[in-house]
Design a protein around this ligand. Structure first.
Ligand SMILES: [Zn+2]
Length: 238
């Protein structure tokens, strides 16, 4: 596991060379918020990282319900029974294994590794909606990769943890845009048009740091986000 710190954000990367999967610890005054739960075996590394920082994990927040973001959730909840688990109300259904769409959603198939019904035993404690606050973090609804994907914006530093709304591995991209050197987020994306709208919304936040599920953190990401939006527009609108 690789650990890199930027501002109050600690990036934990599992399999950094082969198939990088990130989880994040965001520091608050006396505690940590874990964003995403990586892979089943990641539990040990996540708990050790918190110990090293010297603060307890008080909250677990999930960007979306794909297997490489919720893998260690059950083991973490057993180790940290007091940590409230947060996920969007929409992706809570995916977490429970329900791949059905709502009537108002574009009828493209939900893709990627969604847990089989009953596989994840943890029930979320908090169902997030757009605009909710979790400590210093603002929850922003960014559908596209999954219908209930959420990003988290640190209001102190303008750091943005965007889950799989974007990728930086294999090139900075709006999710759904295929990057041959790391095609997996695109292959797992539900709706490209929604994904593009979501990244347009993220750009407006003028983030100082972009932190995603797959790939390195990017400082002052504005120009790279602009280029990724332009590329997605060319591909989708042409
Ligand atoms: Zn994903």
């Amino acid at each position: 596991m690789r650990i890199i710190r930027e501002q109050s954000v600690w990036q934990l990367t599992f399999m950094p060379r082969f198939f990088p999967v990130n989880a994040y610890l965001v520091e608050e005054g006396d505690s940590l918020t874990l964003i995403d739960a990586a892979l089943p075996y990641s539990v040990k590394g996540i708990l050790q990282a918190a110990q090293r920082i010297g603060k307890p994990i008080a909250r677990i927040v999930l960007t979306h319900a794909h297997g490489d973001h919720v893998g260690a959730l059950d083991a973490l909840k057993r180790a940290l029974p007091g940590a409230a688990v947060h996920i969007s109300a929409r992706d809570a259904r995916l977490l429970a294994g329900d791949k059905g769409l709502d009537p108002n959603e574009p009828p493209t198939d939900i893709r990627g590794g969604v847990p089989k019904p009953g596989k994840i035993r943890t029930k979320p404690d908090v169902l997030l909606e757009d605009g909710d606050r979790i400590g210093s973090l603002l929850a922003i609804s960014t559908p596209g990769h999954t219908p209930g994907s959420m990003s988290f914006f640190d209001t102190r530093s303008r750091a943005l943890i965007a889950g799989d709304a974007m990728q930086t591995r294999g090139g900075v991209a709006v999710t759904g845009q295929l990057k041959p050197w790391f095609p997996f987020p695109a292959m797992a994306t539900w709706n490209k048009e929604a994904a593009l709208d979501s990244v347009r919304k993220l750009k407006e936040l003028k983030p100082s740091l972009l932190a995603v599920g797959h790939g390195r953190m990017l400082k002052e990401p504005g120009p790279a986000i602009d280029r990724a939006i332009a590329e997605a527009e060319r591909n989708i609108l042409s």
